[in-house]
Design a protein around this ligand. Structure first.
Ligand code: BGC
Ligand code: CA
Length: 333
């Protein structure tokens, strides 16, 4: 045998061995029972396949039913949830509508109140405007009337003013003339009656007789005079200088109407700053009291009992036609 023939024989041996080896491996991989069952008969294999198919179908059906139940439960839960949500929505909507209606009511009430207030205010404004208009109209017509009257009265008023002016001028002239006449008479009146002494523009009579205060006052009146009224310190000094010896004279001063309320015979009160009382006077001593004033030689005054008899001093103006002190109001102690 040749070398080529040997090589071809080798190859054939190798293929055969390879196929055997593969067949061995397949047999090793396949389970022995099933393999034997399948390989035992094709009919059995078909039956087995049918069984498997039926089992698979059954399993599929069961799984489908289970899944359908699950789906239906989920669907129910979803439906309930939807219903719940719907009911909660409805409730919320109801609540919301309730709140809205309450708010609407409240707002409409407030609106009504505001509207009525506004109405009141506008009425007030209207009233005020009307009053203002009325006032203005009345005021204007009043002013107009006044102006008209003024216009009508203008000439009369002017004449009246002129007359008044004339009158005041005449009155001033009259006053001046009267003053001149008075001065002239005072210049002419330089002498006091016999027994009377002059000081400034007055005449004084110092009595030598003595009388109670009231009688002394009456005596002065007979001479168209009055008990002396002291108006100044100079006058008081003049009187004191004329008092000779240790005598006192009645003054025209008394508090007979009210204790310690000293008044001159003309009714004027004795000023607090113008008093020449002696030390410790007036002391109102004695059971009758002392309500009539005297002047001492030193010019100081004393209150004495009015029923005492003392000399007195009368006073009157230089001109007999004119009273020496105005407003003479003699008293009766
Ligand atoms: C007193 C006076 C009093 C007089 C009466 C004098 O001693 O000093 O106050 O009026 O007596 O006579
Ligand atoms: Ca006295």
């Amino acid at each position: 045998m040749s070398q080529g023939e040997d090589t071809a024989g080798d190859y054939e041996k190798w293929d055969f061995n390879e196929e055997v080896e593969l067949e061995k491996r397949k047999r090793r991989k396949m389970p022995k029972g099933a393999l034997s069952f399948l390989t035992s008969s094709p009919e059995r294999a078909v039956a087995l396949l049918y069984v498997l198919l039926a089992f698979t179908f059954l399993l599929f059906t069961i799984l489908t039913i289970v899944n359908l139940r699950r789906v239906s439960a989920a669907w129910e839960a979803l439906e309930q949830a939807r219903q719940r949500s719907e009911s909660s929505h409805t409730t919320a909507w109801h609540n919301l509508s309730d709140v809205q209606s309450a708010l609407d009511k409240q707002l409409s009430g407030q609106l009504k109140a505001i509207r009525s207030r506004l109405q009141n205010v506008s009425q007030e404004v209207e009233n005020v405007r009307w009053k203002v208009t009325q006032c203005n109209a009345e005021e204007l017509s009043g002013r107009l009337r006044v102006l008209e009257q003024r216009d009508a009265l203008e000439p009369v008023l002017r004449q009246l003013a002129e007359v008044k002016e004339e009158q005041s001028r005449a009155s001033a002239l009259l006053d001046a003339a009267l003053e001149e006449t008075r001065n002239l008479s005072e210049i002419l009146c330089t002498r006091c009656p016999a027994g009377w002494q002059q000081f400034a523009k007055n005449c004084y009579f110092f009595s030598t007789d003595t009388k109670p205060w009231r009688a002394a006052m009456d005596s002065c009146t007979e001479f168209n005079a009055h008990l002396v009224i002291v108006d100044s310190e100079q006058e008081n000094k003049f009187l004191a200088n004329r008092i000779m010896e240790n005598r006192v004279f009645w003054l025209g001063l008394s508090d007979a109407h009210k204790e310690d309320d000293w008044q001159w015979v003309d009714g004027l009160p004795l000023p607090l700053y113008f008093r020449f009382w002696n030390n410790g006077e007036p002391n109102n001593v004695g059971h009758q009291g002392e309500d009539c004033a005297t002047i001492l030689p030193n010019g100081r005054w004393n209150d004495a009992t009015c029923s005492n008899t003392e000399p007195w001093i009368c006073e009157r103006g230089c001109c007999p036609r004119r009273a020496s002190k105005t407003g003479l109001n003699q008293q009766k102690p």
